[in-house]
Design a protein around this ligand. Structure first.
Ligand code: PMP
Length: 428
């Protein structure tokens, strides 16, 4: 029995499913999750001491790679002065100022402890600001696990949402409208029918929770347009894409501006940090300035702020995002070539350092239905084959992959060579 198998069996005695976030349990792909001992740069080391090239990177935050020495140093240094005070520190202002300086459209920003809290609070703020209850989201986008957002599409195109989890009241789900991602006509139609009841649209500007699906030209612009016309707020959820697809996130990449932006992952450098921010007159509605309540005992935690600040300093190194995109291109092209050689139908999407592979005959994947129609069995075999070759991919076909600044050309070449080997086995 491997150490991971042993640890997983112990974990299941005390933790539901043995994990503290469901996808970690490998339910989608089968088998035993790796228990991680430590990580460094592009690599994970599991409890059995095996090294893996990691393309999960803690689901996005580690854009510099794991355990960057300067980030670790900043955390240790800060921890010596105390872990939490429940009172303001200068570090919070420094990180907020840096975010507002770098990010167009951020006038004020509030820190929270996760992406879930960021989107949940942004939705409450949008409802409080507009005095409206309905929200629009898109099929296949994930914005954390708050009640209003754990809602799937109803049966008709414009029916109200239905809870996608027990425990979410139907009455609440009723206020969430779920439309098809990249369907600008459906958005226009919805706003024509009930635009003046809608508080906000929330969107992943590059969908990273149904594999990796970029916006089609005009989709984000349509959202901006219908919001401007109806008085709804546009919430661009950059928890995954922020400081990942570019230094100014997907908004900088695509040239579309949100009213409210949610951030997480990279801005905490691996520590639990989320944030929401945006237009001054909207953010001024948040307590203590305004009536919309939001709070957090550990929010703006000094150690987490220190990790975020050091990470933001490091990612401003000139050329970093260009290099990340080049490495991603090299990986994606190499894996696509390998699939072609083996006669395996494979399509890929990529934006900056986010990427995704689809086992499908379709030349382009741009919505949830297409993602759902991909060959999952084949993905699962690919996943386990790559794992055996020392490459750690996300343990589900509905997740984006991430490149870090620490991945070397050699790591990428080894990954492509591993894919060649695995595709040859899959083709048999
Ligand atoms: N929004 C997006 C776009 C995300 O990808 C995620 C998590 N992957 C969240 C929100 C929720 O963040 P957290 O897991 O930190 O609550």
């Amino acid at each position: 029995m491997s150490k991971s198998e042993q640890l997983f069996s112990q974990a299941q005695q005390f933790i539901p499913g043995g994990v503290n976030s469901p996808v970690r349990a490998f339910r989608a792909v089968g088998g035993t999750p790796l228990f991680i001992e430590r990580a460094e740069g592009a690599y994970l080391f599991d409890a059995d001491g095996v090294r893996y090239i990691d393309y999960v990177q803690s689901w996005g935050p580690m854009v510099l790679g794991h355990a960057h020495p300067r980030v670790i140093e900043a955390v240790i240094e800060r921890a010596r002065s105390g872990l939490s005070f429940g009172a303001p520190t200068e570090l919070e202002t420094q990180l907020a100022e840096e975010l507002c300086r770098l990010w167009p459209g951020l006038d004020l920003v509030r820190f929270v402890n996760s992406g879930t809290e960021a989107t949940m609070s942004a939705i409450r703020l949008a409802r409080g600001f507009t005095g409206r209850d309905k929200i629009v989201k898109f099929e296949g986008c994930y914005h954390g696990h708050s009640d209003s957002l754990l809602v799937k599409a109803g049966s008709g195109a414009l029916t109200m949402g239905v809870p996608s989890s027990p425990g979410v009241p139907a009455a609440l789900a009723d206020h969430t409208i779920t439309l098809s991602y990249n369907d600008a006509d459906a958005v226009r139609d919805c706003f024509a029918k009930m635009g003046n009841e809608i508080a906000c649209v929330i969107v992943e500007p590059v969908a990273g929770n149904m594999n990796c699906v970029p916006p089609l030209p005009g989709f984000l612009e349509t959202l901006r347009e219908v919001c401007d016309r109806s008085g709804a707020l546009l919430i661009i959820d950059e928890v995954m894409t922020g400081f990942r697809v570019s230094l100014t996130g997907a908004q900088g990449y695509y040239g579309v501006r949100a009213d409210l932006t949610t951030l997480g992952k990279v801005i905490g450098g691996g520590m639990p940090v989320g944030a929401f921010g945006g237009r001054r007159e909207v953010m001024e509605q948040i307590a203590p300035l305004g009536p919309v309540y939001q709070a957090g005992t550990l929010s703006g935690n000094p150690v987490a702020m220190a990790a975020g600040l050091e990470t933001l300093k490091l990612i401003q190194e000139p050329g970093l995002y260009g290099r990340l995109a080049e490495k991603t291109d090299r990986l994606v092209e190499g894996v696509l070539d390998a699939a072609k050689e083996a006669g395996i139908p494979l399509t890929a999407n990529k934006v900056g350092s986010m990427f995704g592979f689809f086992f499908t005959e379709e030349a382009q994947v741009s919505n949830y239905q297409q993602v759902m129609a991909c060959d999952n069995q084949r993905f699962n075999r690919f996943f386990h084959g790559m794992l055996e070759q020392g490459v750690y991919l996300a343990p589900a076909s509905y997740e984006a992959g991430f490149m870090s600044a620490a991945h070397s050309d050699e790591d990428i070449d080894r990954t492509i060579a591993a894919a060649q080997k695995v595709f040859a086995e899959l083709a048999d």
